[in-house]
Design a protein around this ligand. Structure first.
Ligand code: TRP
Ligand code: SF4
Length: 328
């Protein structure tokens, strides 16, 4: 049976933390075994909100590729590439921009939200409004049928389907209508119990060493009502407990009971967690150390992934030009 085709992408925001990892990458690593996968770093999308200062983009891309490979994306199993290396994305974006009604873009919830949130930047631009149109091109140029994304991206995949449908109706059946595949979000709060975020500095990076992980685990916020070891605890308010649910599922019922009964101390509970985290993250850390000794490998991986992606994208564009009669 023919495998389904997946495309997903990330903006090059630099190194990832565990919240990012469990929100997407962990899932991608599994999906690469089941689907034909295209994973792309969308540097053009970074420009839609960050065109004024592009000084970090290159480094951010490098860090992101290293994170992807450390996490276990395997270039033998999936195609890893940079969006701007495949000019076909831009061509398809241009053609879609001709037939996409402004109203579809203007009513996109992410458009309105970001305009409100990013008051410090001028993003009242043509490119920013067209963000979902570019995303549709990313997906459809590979005729992907499945798009693993977080909740916030569902409107973009919906818009992609509408763009595909309109093209198929106006010209010819070229595109599938892709479905989003919602990543079951494992909820990992930050070390202080707020949302894990770089700006709160409450994160564990995918690149953290075992020593850093142990140190950060020891600094995590627990139930503030527990002062002495035999005070009854409330695991539902404790960040350490939320982490146990992700890294130490098997012991969760036991920990919950001993915490509520005041039978374990927080220090021991954190040590136990740190051991489980280090166990989980050591292979990731070791792959990173190996990759860092072979920096030229990154170029090769991205060149090969890009070449394979370009073949497929070029073929789709031939069909598109022919369907639109832009092939004189
Ligand atoms: N918009 C996505 C995000 O911000 C990134 C993205 C660009 C993407 N193109 C894509 C995701 C195609 C999935 C498929 O996370
Ligand atoms: Fe949190 Fe564990 Fe302390 Fe309970 S015992 S409050 S779960 S760290």
């Amino acid at each position: 049976m023919k495998k389904g085709v997946i495309l997903s992408g990330m903006r090059p925001t630099g190194s990832l933390h565990l919240g990012n990892y469990f929100g997407a990458l962990e899932n991608w690593v599994k999906l690469q075994n089941e689907y034909e996968c295209y994973f792309t770093i969308v540097d053009w999308h970074a420009l839609t909100t960050g065109y004024e200062d592009t000084s970090d983009i290159k480094n951010n891309i490098t860090e992101m590729i290293i994170d992807w490979l450390s996490a276990g994306l395997d270039p033998e199993k999936c195609k890893i590439f940079i969006q701007s290396h495949i000019k076909e994305h831009a061509e398809l974006h241009l053609l879609f921009s001709m037939s996409t009604p402004l109203s579809w873009l203007l009513r996109c919830p992410t458009y309105k939200d970001q305009l409100n949130q990013m008051k410090d930047r001028n993003i009242t631009t043509y490119g920013f409004l067209g963000y979902p149109c570019l995303q549709a091109a990313d997906i459809l140029v590979y005729k992907a049928d499945t798009v693993p994304v977080g909740e916030d991206q569902i409107p973009h995949v919906e818009l992609t389907r509408e763009i595909a449908r309109r093209f198929n109706f106006l010209f010819k059946e070229v595109f599938p209508e892709p479905q989003s595949k919602l990543t079951k979000a494992k909820v990992l709060p930050g070390l202080d119990g707020r949302k894990m975020s770089k700006s709160y500095n409450n994160y564990i990076a995918l690149s953290d060493s075992p020593d850093e992980i142990r140190k950060k685990a020891s600094l995590m916020i627990t139930d503030p009502a527990r002062i002495r070891k035999d005070d009854p605890g409330h695991p539902e308010v404790c960040a350490v407990f939320a982490f146990h649910k992700v890294f130490n599922e098997g012991e969760v019922p036991e920990i919950e009971e001993s915490c509520r009964g005041g039978k374990i101390g927080c220090v021991a509970c954190k040590k136990n967690l740190a051991n489980k985290m280090v166990e989980y993250m050591t292979p990731i850390y070791e792959r990173r150390q190996d990759i860092l000794t072979k920096p030229q490998m990154l170029r090769e991986i991205v060149a090969n992934g890009g070449e394979a992606a370009r073949k497929v994208a070029a073929k789709t564009m031939e069909e598109v030009r022919e369907a639109m009669k832009i092939d004189w």
